[in-house]
Ligand binder design. Structure first.
Ligand code: FES
Length: 113
């Protein structure tokens, strides 16, 4: 098994949008940014708030330098690397590989292989 899991069709999430998906019990924040698709674990490392709620996420910053902002206390994360950028979060988010195959958005993690 390749470990790739289809989680959306490309046209379902516009650029600048996000979606919460669940794979093998893991909540994944799927993000469609101008440079492509990215996926991070949907739990803030500060106090476990969900980063995507009700199909919405808070992305701030210029294209290419966006930050994913936690809705609870405002910690900022890089949506591409998962890196914690500002307090009160100090631990990075887990990131997942993403690819698009024939319009299907797929994510992968070694835990799902
Ligand atoms: S729970 Fe995310 S910043 Fe506190």
């Amino acid at each position: 098994m390749s470990g790739w899991v289809t989680v959306a069709r490309e046209e379902e999430v516009p650029v600048g949008g996000c979606r919460l998906v669940e794979v093998e019990g893991t909540e994944v924040a799927l993000l469609h940014l101008p440079d492509g698709w990215h996926a991070v674990e949907n739990l803030c490392t500060h106090d476990y708030a969900e980063l995507v709620t009700d199909g919405h996420c808070r992305l701030e910053g210029a294209p290419g330098r966006e930050a994913l902002v936690c809705p609870r206390h405002g910690a900022r994360f890089c949506p591409r690397t998962g890196r914690a950028l500002t307090p009160p979060a100090y631990e990075d988010l887990a990131v997942f590989e993403v690819r698009v195959v024939e319009g299907q958005v797929q994510v992968r993690d070694p835990r799902w292989s």
